[in-house]
Design a protein around this ligand. Structure first.
Ligand code: AHR
Length: 480
């Protein structure tokens, strides 16, 4: 028995465009996220370009990486950028205090900026406000961007880079409420203003909320809005709690529902932050960047730090998250999934020379036409379904007008057991792609890399669209 839903799209109620950077990424020196997953070194037998593995770079280029945040995360507030420049053989090894192991600093500024260029991406660097002085932050920016013949430009040249790099986004600390320095919001706000004063020519991103703390948002917006161009939200989704997160695979319908419920809660959190931002910045000059989001499950024994498998549940959660970002384009101008490779909700998993694309990768790929599109208002009447004491809407959606005029529709069936039929007010046919699988925890392995992969989707009439259970459908409406 199919669930019946109704969707009305208002073709004449556009919102600000969906910035491509909403489909952004985050790469931290953590586990096998950088070393092994992306970087194998120029001397590796794994094919690479100046150390960055070709298979992963090609896969990421195919999906398009509009922006990459680096080097943390928590790592950022214990990172001295000077450790990562100059002769690699002379770079100091340091303890990675947050994620364990030794940081060799083999990947530093030159290597990361090379990756940014290989991916045609934008760099978003996280500066260290937690344990380094403001001058260190300002000089990092000068080292990267200066064209004049300053001492730092000369040093950069000696280290092999003549032309300045393009650096657009710069984070003033990370999670200052926690691993970034355990600061009271009042103290953070003073410090933010001090550091931001010395940052020139970049979009200044203030470390924001990650704990559902309205007071921090209030204090930072009231005291620091003038010194920032963006404010951040970190929002992770997990089935259980921060002591026992829950398993990435082998979970039941209850865990499926709780994880998606947690993800849907991001909508309310963004609403709440926007209300406070609107009070202090009614012209909406300051953007909201959700610069860490995604699922966080328990790491299996013996796996590298924060490694987790990625299933159909993650793809459905990614789709719901994109729909939420599309609803808030007045403020949400960037979002960065945590993290790109081998860490948390990854796009790609690797083992030695093997690589596999995850269901989350395919969700990003399905939604690619939405980059730069103009969201359209929708009214969705979808019944709820219940799993234990968790209620979820059966269907979640978003609609937009692409820059080339195409009408785009994304529909997600959150119900793992029932198909859904969506009656719409649209005319014409629909064609696009669907992502689904037999089981809730279907995932891709090196042996079965196509277990979860997009398939073509077509409907003769866009007035009636059928969604398989637990699926993501993205279509273009083709006029008659
Ligand atoms: O993404 C993993 C960690 O989660 C980041 O380092 C930190 O910012 C957040 O708590």
């Amino acid at each position: 028995q199919a669930t019946q839903a109704r969707l009305a799209v208002s073709l004449d109620e556009p919102s600000p465009r969906i910035e491509p950077t909403v489909y952004g990424h985050f790469v931290e020196h953590l586990g096998r996220g950088v070393y092994d997953g992306l970087w194998v070194g120029p001397e590796s037998s794994i094919p690479n370009t100046r150390g960055w593995r070709n298979d992963v770079v090609q896969a990421l280029r195919r999906v398009g990486i509009p922006v990459m945040r680096w080097p943390g995360g928590c790592f950022a507030d214990d990172y001295d950028w000077r450790d990562g420049i100059g002769d690699p053989a002379k770079r100091p090894a340091r303890r990675n205090i947050w994620w364990g192991g030794l940081e060799t600093n083999r990947v530093g500024t030159h290597e990361f900026m090379d990756l940014v260029e290989q991916l045609d991406s934008e760099a978003y660097l996280s500066g260290n406000m937690g344990s380094m002085p403001p001058r260190a932050m300002a000089q990092w920016i000068e080292y990267i961007t200066a064209g004049e013949n300053s001492a730092l430009t000369q040093e950069r040249r000696r280290n092999g880079r003549d032309k300045p790099w393009k650096l657009k986004y710069f984070g003033v600390g990370n999670e200052s409420f926690g691993c970034g320095g355990s600061m009271r919001p009042e103290y953070q706000s003073d410090l933010h203003n001090q550091y931001a004063t010395f940052l020139k020519g970049v979009t200044r991103v203030a470390s924001g909320d990650g704990e559902g703390d309205d007071h921090r948002v209030e204090v930072l917006m009231s005291r620091s809005a003038r010194h920032m161009d963006a404010f951040t939200l970190h929002y992770y989704s997990l089935p259980d709690n921060w002591t026992r997160h829950g398993d990435a695979t082998g979970f039941d319908a209850g865990a499926w529902a709780r994880t998606l419920k947690s993800a849907l809660g991001m909508d309310g959190r963004i609403e709440a932050i926007k209300r406070i931002m609107d009070k202090h910045d009614p012209d909406k000059r300051v953007a909201l960047y959700v610069d860490e989001w995604g699922t966080w499950y328990d790491t299996p024994p013996g796996a590298s730090a924060l490694f987790q498998q990625n299933t159909l549940r993650d793809a459905v959660l990614a789709a719901v998250s994109f729909n939420i970002f599309h609803r808030h384009t007045d403020r949400v101008k960037m979002a960065n999934i945590a993290q790109m490779v081998n860490v948390l909700q990854s796009m790609v998993l690797t083992e030695g020379d093997k690589m596999v694309l995850t269901p989350t990768y395919h969700a990003f790929d399905l939604y690619k036409p939405f980059r730069g599109a103009t969201p359209l208002a929708i009214k969705l009447d979808a019944p709820v379904f219940r799993t234990g004491d968790v209620e979820l809407p059966a269907v979640h959606a978003s609609a937009a007008r692409a820059p080339d005029g195409k009408l785009l529709l994304a529909l997600v069936n959150l119900d793992p057991s029932h198909p859904a039929r969506v009656a719409t007010n649209l005319t014409g046919s629909a064609r696009g792609r669907v992502l689904t699988a037999q089981s809730m925890d279907a995932h891709n392995t090196f042996q079965q890399p196509q277990a979860v992969a997009p398939a073509p989707y077509a409907a003769a009439s866009s007035g009636l669209l059928d969604l398989p259970p637990k699926s993501v459908v993205v279509v273009e409406i083709v006029p008659r």
